[in-house]
Design a protein around this ligand. Structure first.
Ligand code: HXC
Length: 510
């Protein structure tokens, strides 16, 4: 009996070594942790339950029968993050380059099936040379099985992809279908075709980092939601994100203890909006002053800065924030910001996370570049996402809410539940200058007349009271009491129930 027990320990020890000391050292030399070290950092200490440690591939091609490492290049199982269950897979680059075989894929599918059945998020740590070349179509089939599960799990359990090494070819499409992608600077990349193929086909000379590194995907393509300095920071930050999320669509988001009075008054907010309507201010200041303990987890910080998306807590409960940022392009809506906002709103709605919208938007960005690239369709994404979202929706207009962008930004007309405006709000079809130039074209040469028309327009429309008279704004509130008003609004919506007409699914403009 003792021998058998020792044998198990020995087998486990062998499996845990993955590709062996030399390859582990090579992994470390690249500044990367091993698959197991990553899991250890991601999960609460001692909470990892591993499955399929001894699974080995069945391939006999290219001499593979003599090379059957236990675990087959991926470590899978479940554990906890601050006491809450998640499933995890972590590809082991030291074993056959973390390449995906039939059995490697089956291990991932097994934990994804469990996650969906048992209602817990999946975190996938990607570090792989892609399809295992020796297995041919079997490896493609394995990817296909993972893809189908990504699709089925979408909206059922949160799915988070960590890119911590290569992720190329069709392999990128599994992360692409998950809710969030995080990358590590200088040690991870994602592309559909690598630099060599790019050179052959388009004659462009580009490095892997330029083509698909963390900076490219967080700043240019928006494929990734965040970039971190190293593996450790990435894993710590993903733990922080998980704390905001519900385990599945069958549960509400977690409620955390909070040490910040919901009645907190912020006098400084009374002077946040400058007197000059063309002067910017930092909307993040408002977000942080509303949030419990000022804690804000930003998503896609480096992309489309004219809209801010992320999570805060109010009275310990997770709230998704979408806010125009006057500091970037005056907070205008454009293709990138509409797509960014829409995807975030849809994530929140999938997982019953209430949405707070902070509005200061001068309209949609004009120009041929926007029109030719389809701002009509992309702008409609945000409109559609807000209108179909049935989670509690609370909106605060701080300054401009002009034209179509007023309607898009979680207006009453899109079934937002509670719409507040600061006294500094200007809710109108457009700003005074543009309006006067259209309405009083004949007077354009007469500065006095134009000034008088402008003053008249500002007096009538550059305020929240016309909208408040119509009931499109529920209340004009004091900036300093925004946290209290917003907390109470969400508290009043805790049992909200809104049904929508039966349909198979909608047809959001993609
Ligand atoms: C089998 C692989 C492998 C693969 C790497 N290895 N990729 N084995 N199938 N796809 C093995 C190597 O043979 C090597 O084994 C070990 O992993 C480490 O690889 P190195 O090349 O030494 O590492 P490095 O120099 O860091 O280069 C990493 C790499 C390179 C850039 C990822 O290995 C590479 O180009 N691999 C092939 C990538 C690829 O073309 N994959 C197919 C993509 S298409 P030893 O024994 O020497 O340590 C795809 C389609 C998915 O994935 C389709 C889904 C529908």
């Amino acid at each position: 009996m003792k021998d058998i027990v020792e044998q198990l320990d020995e087998r486990r020890g062998h499996a845990r070594l993955g590709g062996g000391e030399k390859r582990i050292a090579a992994q470390h030399a690249k500044g990367k942790l091993t698959a197991r070290e990553r899991i250890e950092l991601l999960l609460d200490e001692g909470s990892f339950e591993e499955y399929d440690m001894f699974v080995a591939h069945r391939s006999t091609e290219f001499g593979m029968e003599g090379n059957r490492p236990p675990g087959d290049g991926v470590v899978t199982g479940w554990g906890t993050v601050n006491g809450r269950q998640i499933y995890v897979y972590s590809q082991d680059f030291t074993v056959l380059g973390g390449s995906v075989s039939e059995t490697h894929g089956a291990k991932i599918c097994k934990i994804m099936d469990m996650a969906m059945q048992n209602g817990a998020p999946v975190v996938g740590i990607n570090d792989s040379g892609g399809a295992r070349i020796q297995e041919g179509v079997d490896s493609l089939a394995a990817y296909g099985e993972v893809f189908q599960r990504n699709i089925e799990a979408s909206g059922v359990v949160p799915q988070i992809s960590m890119i911590m090494g290569p992720c190329a070819g069709g392999a990128v499409y599994s992360p692409a279908m998950t809710d969030f992608i995080f990358m590590v600077k200088d040690s991870s990349y994602m592309f559909v075709t690598g630099p060599d193929v790019v050179k052959t086909v388009t004659n462009e000379v580009v490095t892997a980092e330029e083509l698909g590194g963390a900076s490219t995907h967080t700043k240019k393509s928006s494929v990734a939601d965040g970039a971190f300095e190293n593996d450790v920071e990435a894993l710590i930050e993903v733990r922080r994100l998980i704390d905001f999320l519900p385990l599945s669509n069958r549960e509400k988001p977690p409620v955390r203890p909070f040490f910040d009075s919901p009645d907190r008054i912020e006098e400084s907010l009374d002077t946040l909006v400058p007197a000059n309507p063309n002067q910017p201010y930092d909307m993040k200041e408002l977000i942080e002053k509303i949030a419990d303990e000022g804690d804000f987890y930003e998503i896609q910080r480096d992309f489309a800065g004219n809209i801010i998306t992320g999570f805060i807590r109010l009275e310990g409960q997770t709230v998704g924030v979408v806010a125009n940022q006057p500091m970037v392009l005056a907070g205008v809506l454009d293709i990138d910001s509409a797509r960014k906002g829409a995807r975030f709103v849809r994530f929140c709605d999938c997982f019953e996370i209430p949405i707070l919208s902070l509005v200061d938007v001068p309209g949609f960005l004009p120009g041929t570049a926007q029109e030719y690239d389809g701002v009509i369709k992309h702008g409609a994404k945000l409109l559609f996402a807000y209108g179909e979202a049935t989670v509690p929706k609370v909106t605060v207009i701080t300054r401009k809410a002009y034209g179509g962008a007023y309607v898009v930004m979680a207006s009453k007309h899109l079934k937002a539940d509670v719409n507040y405006a600061w006294p500094t709000s200007e809710i109108a079809v457009m700003g005074a200058k543009g309006a006067v130039e259209i309405l009083h074209r004949a007077d354009l040469g007469d500065a006095d007349k134009i000034a008088a028309h402008t003053a008249e327009y500002e007096d009538r429309f550059a305020n929240p009271f016309v909208a408040a008279e119509r009931g499109h704004i529920d209340e004009v509130i004091q900036p300093h009491s925004t946290r209290r008003r917003v907390c109470r609004a969400f508290a009043s919506l805790r049992r909200k129930s809104q049904t929508r007409p039966w349909k198979k699914h909608d047809n959001i403009p993609l």
